[in-house]
Design a protein around this ligand. Structure first.
Ligand SMILES: [Zn+2]
Length: 476
């Protein structure tokens, strides 16, 4: 362990305050331990089965950071875990006050909206459990017009309250796009062609707790114990031991699927924008995660999702300066996760990724002067890649009838000729579709009530293929 790493680990010092003790049976985590794993998969599932709070991992070294109580540390030793570092966390550590809080995010967003009125549409998309506004900003040329032909790309940050760097990235996406529109050709193209939606701070109540009571708070503010909103989404909720049923656990999945107001707010928003891609920003571990979260399960379009995920990871440099982020599903990289946002997003036709930014040397509270700018600049390579990928292999267009009117309820079935996958896709409002693919040949069939089914073969190259699909009425 290098000394410089050690000192930044000491910077993780914190205490779970009396707040954490407001429900029966929960002891306060007072240690950060770093464990050297020997059998990664087996020991990770033991860690999960014991509901330990996983802060982050160092995949190349197979080390994991856990926030634990004395009792949990003893359990680790009894079970032959090799603890290579223990840091007492008896003092609450406040994050650098230059990191965001809910009111700073709100005022910054309002300033952007005032400075760039035609490029922005800012709104509160709903309230947290404590009644705070959750803000989303949509960026596009003539944003107020809400042109249904423009595909959306969605970035959200801070499902987990203590991951303070993530909101910096969310705000930087907004600032970079707005300040360079009209100056940078690529960015101008993105805002002309797409709508880019950003939620820079999703878990507003949890972040408030980070600043007022507990700097290591992760969940929402439900009942004083909190629900992990990122285990509360309804797709495969509580299905594969990928979350906890215990209210005290950091990955408590809540009373029922989508029980939390925050979860519902996110779901309604995603349903309203139909994004093509999304990134959910988390910290830390330097990995890119794609669905599905349950062990052994892969999405029907794995070959597309995985290829883009690997490419995305290859754009993101490790904090140490050499090497790039590791891509994979949650069970491939860590362990099973159920009720996570990306699995549900995928069920809504989004190609979604999680980015866990920063290394275990930085932890949850990277030194602001040293890491804030470096991190946001590094992340630009990731979200920029995804926006550029919108112009890559894909089919894009509108389903219309013979009179040129949009067909709203059309369903596309896209069957790969080169390989085995088939993708079912329901068109967006006004019959628009954007289907991201790998280059290759595809049989595309279109079905809609009241119309004769049609089928055509499309050859998709390295750039997006604009496709008009016209249906004939089945009525004679
Ligand atoms: Zn997280």
């Amino acid at each position: 362990m290098k000394l410089k790493n050690y000192s930044s680990i000491l910077g993780l010092a914190f205490v779970f305050t009396a707040f954490f003790g407001t429900f029966a049976g929960a002891a306060s985590a007072n240690l950060m331990v770093r464990v050297q794993l020997t059998d990664y998969a087996k020991q990770m599932s033991q860690i999960q089965a014991h509901s330990l709070d996983l802060a982050g991992v160092n995949l190349p070294l197979k080390q994991v950071d856990l926030l634990v109580t004395d009792g949990e540390a003893a359990w680790l030793k009894t079970n032959h875990f090799n603890i290579v570092l223990t840091v007492a966390t008896n003092n609450k550590m406040n994050p650098d006050t230059r990191y965001q809080n809910p009111s700073k995010v709100e005022s910054t967003l309002k300033q952007f909206a005032a400075a760039y009125p035609t490029l922005t549409s800012l709104k509160s998309i709903g309230k947290s459990i404590e009644g705070r506004d959750i803000w989303a900003i949509s960026l596009s040329k003539d944003a107020a017009k809400k042109d249904p032909s423009k595909p959306h790309v969605f970035f959200n940050a801070m499902h987990h309250a203590r991951e303070v760097m993530t909101s910096e990235v969310g705000l930087d996406i907004i600032e970079t796009l707005l300040t360079r529109y009209g100056k940078d050709q690529t960015i101008t193209h993105w805002l002309d062609a797409y709508v880019i939606d950003v939620i820079p701070m999703f878990n507003v109540d949890g972040n408030n707790i980070v600043w007022t009571k507990d700097s290591m708070w992760r969940k929402n503010a439900h009942g004083g114990y909190g629900v992990d909103v990122n285990r509360n989404y309804p797709f495969a909720w509580n299905s594969c031991n990928g979350s906890s049923s215990s209210k005290g656990a950091q990955d408590y999945h809540g009373e029922s699927a989508a029980s939390e107001p925050e979860t519902k707010v996110m779901m309604n928003f995603v349903k309203s924008i139909h994004p093509v891609f999304s990134i959910s920003y988390h910290s830390y571990s330097e990995i890119v995660i794609y669905p599905y979260g349950c062990k052994g399960q892969h999405t029907p379009t794995k070959e597309v999702v995985e290829k883009i995920g690997k490419e995305l990871a290859s754009k993101l440099k490790l904090d140490k300066g050499t090497g790039t982020y590791a891509p994979g599903t949650a069970p491939e990289l860590l362990y099973s996760v159920d009720g996570g946002d990306i699995d549900w997003f995928y069920s809504q036709q989004v190609i979604p990724y999680v980015i866990e930014m920063n290394s275990s040397s930085q932890g949850f509270q990277p030194n602001y002067d040293q890491w804030r700018n470096k991190t946001i600049q590094g992340q630009r390579q990731g979200w920029g890649y995804l926006l550029s990928r919108m112009d890559g292999a894909s089919i894009f267009g509108q389903v219309k009838d013979q009179n040129g009117n949009p067909v709203e309820n059309a369903k596309l079935t896209v069957k790969s000729v080169n390989s085995s996958f088939t993708l079912d896709y329901k068109v967006n409002p006004n019959g628009y579709f954007t289907v991201i693919l790998n280059p290759g040949s595809y049989e595309v069939s279109v079905q809609a009530l009241g119309f004769a089914a049609m089928k055509q073969t499309l050859v998709v190259g390295n750039s997006r293929l604009q496709t008009a699909l016209t249906l004939k009425s089945s009525r004679q």
